[in-house]
Design a protein around this ligand. Sequence first.
Ligand code: HAM
Length: 582
Amino acid sequence: MQDILPEDVPLWKKIESAMHRICALYRYSEIRTPLFEFTSLYKRSVGEVTDIVEKEMYTFTSNTESTPISLRPEFTAGIVRAYLQHNMHKQKAFQKFYAFGPLFRRERPQKGRYRQFHQFDIEALGSPSPYLDAETILLASDFLNELGLKEYKISINSIGCPTCRAVYREVLKNALIPNKDGLCQNCQSRYDRNVFRIMDCKSEKCRAIAAGLPSIQGSLGAQGSLCPGCKTHFDKFRGALDSAGVQYAINPQLVRGFDYYTRTIYEFTYPSALGAQDAILGGGRYDNLIEELGGPKLGAVGFAAGIERIILAMKNETMIERVVEKHIQKQKQNVLFELAISDNERKNAFEKAMFWRREGIPADVDYENRSFKAQKKIADKADIGFSDTTGPDEIKTNEHRIKSMKSGKEIVFKLYDLNIEQQKILKIHDKGVRAHKEGNEPEAIKYYETAEMKLNDFFDKSFENALIFSRFYLNMGISYRNVGKYEKAEEYVKKAVESDRNYALALFVQSSVYEKLNKRKEAINAFMEAYELNTNTLSWAQSEGNKEYFPQEFLDRLKSEVEKQYVYDASGTQNVKNPMSK
Ligand code: HAM
């Protein structure tokens, strides 16, 4: 079991967001199944004579019920159960799922092997196609590549179908006769119950014996091949990997510790960063499981990636610092720290922190009874953007004393001045809009210029880019645009965009302003940035009220840009960046 501490969370988030992105591109839908299932499900799917079921499951019964349940040791069985239980196969046999979450196996803990660990799992149910096997490998590779992991090795194998395996079972049994007594106790009993499992026993002596056993591909027939159906499947699967340029090795000794596999199996290892537990991902085809769990005869394939091991591999690469650094950078933007000069102001500082949070600005306040000096030290820390000091004077006058930690500059204003001043300036500016509507352009401009003057009087330049004023700048920008003062609009909207919020609406308005200024390239870039933050921007652009700023020909161009750069995710929303557009 492992705790995931805050410093590692950025890596987990990166992995999760890569997973969601890649699964949307490959059109897998997320499914969330329970943490425990009836034990019988795992016995029927993973197999009674497997390490997982025999030794590793956490199985219990409740005080009142005698049917045993087990904490899930893997995802596949639960996902197939859900697919059948909810009759999903009847609506559409072919369905692709992915899942993320904790699994539980009572294994001997060591580096990379834990009793609670996490997997990213995919399952494509309802197709026997060998190209689907290849798709899962390509999805896995894209996922790992996106995480910056390059050193992984792919091993593939085919373990055939029940027909091939019936023959192979006898070959194995015969080959084991001379060494039978040398096997561990468990494997001696497996000899009759499930001879294949001897191949993945973890005991040293069994591993030595298993290494000398014939592989399925080397044991069948004079030409050492699988049955014709399985061989064709394997060849097509390999052909698809070859044409996609995937580097892999065929490992005829590769076995997997689950009974449900048929035909294709594979494993991704990361030898350069992990010790003995170097498998970061494993999977394969299971063409009989759906039927064995009470469904129709349908093929399926999937894999699971071990997140803890992927994190160990990522930590071995230098890009981890970049991930964490980027996350910290993002967090420290504009955090405002409330400083109370003495205990008397703590309540006010607390209230002010609440005020800022409700304004959409991350704010913090001291809860550790620190002295004013000690509070200031905290505010000097890298992740704080502004401080807001409250002493007896500020309480009396109802003022904010805001200091930018970056520039050291300070401004003071009354608690509600910000809104009142904005309201006043907006009122002047509204008069301008009215004048404009009445066709009195010079009058409109006069009002706008007065508004601007007041703006400059009130707001300290050093806070131009501060989040707190971005909304105001945007309003000004919109107004200037609406009266056709596009240069002015450009200036103000730019300020709004440059504020750390960088929100979709500001970028959207910026796009319309650029268009009016005949800066088509900039207009498209701003729009695409807005779209990335909010896919609704496309419908905003199409709305009646925006006709003037988004003429048909510009709209068509934006639509084609969206088509080029984005694909639909599994839920039907067109918000996933198309990697082909890079
Ligand atoms: P698995 O090989 O047992 O396959 O697990 C997949 C990955 O989970 C392993 O490669 C490893 O990275 C990670 N893993 C497994 N056990 C542990 C552990 N105790 N501690 C840390 N990481 C671990 C399956 O689970 C199959 N259900 C995969 C699959 C899906 N096959 C078809 N569909």
